[in-house]
Design a protein around this ligand. Sequence first.
Ligand SMILES: *Cc1c(COP(=O)(O)O)cnc(C)c1O
Length: 239
Amino acid sequence: MSARRAELAAALAAVRRRVTDAAAAAGRAPDDVGLVVVTKFFPASDVRDLADLGVRDVGENRHQEAEAKAAECADLDLRWHFIGGLQSNKAAAVAAYADVVESLDRAKLVGPLARGRAARLDRGEAEGPLDCLVQVSLDAPGAEHRAGCPPDRLAELCERVADDEHLRLAGLMAVAPLGEEPAAAFDRLASCAARVRADHPGATTLSAGMSGDLEEAVAAGATHVRVGSAVLGARPRVQ
Ligand SMILES: *Cc1c(COP(=O)(O)O)cnc(C)c1O
């Protein structure tokens, strides 16, 4: 085993342990909480090592980097999660390789994502609709706008996604805002998720929690966490 693979194996084991401990603490089954390893800024060779170590779900946040890595790793049995800010003129291209789009935060993205999925279906490269998570903003109202749909517009956006035959509303995603206890923010997310599930019973996925706050997210009901630096190490460049 290469030194890098051994390092990844140890870090991955530690993160898996944190997730199962958090699930146990919340009275949840260990396999109730999935792990998406966020490989942004790290090379395809790391993705390969992670796949060998049993990782099935990987996350990327920049289109060009994600597209290149997905192509390099096309022989691996991986689900690619797109978790970054989406430009509407790139959304169709993202849908050409992404298996899950977690950062759908405005209605303008619905058309291009659906077209991208339809083209992929035509090429015989996928089956069924594209799994989408609507990204919710957990910022205080009036905070400088970061990514995400404001909670008061969530119902309308979810409806748009659910109505499109090429998209499947799988659930919600969020990032805890800076400068607030993540637990409080994730509690608001859990309320949003409950409201969405009342209208869309199939929207059961809740993507929340990163290296620094996965325990709080699991306590609030996250069904998968997105962990980067705790598995791969500090990112080579600042984002
Ligand atoms: C980078 C990123 C993560 C992972 O962050 P870490 O703190 O490195 O675990 C999770 N979610 C999103 C949306 C990200 O951009």
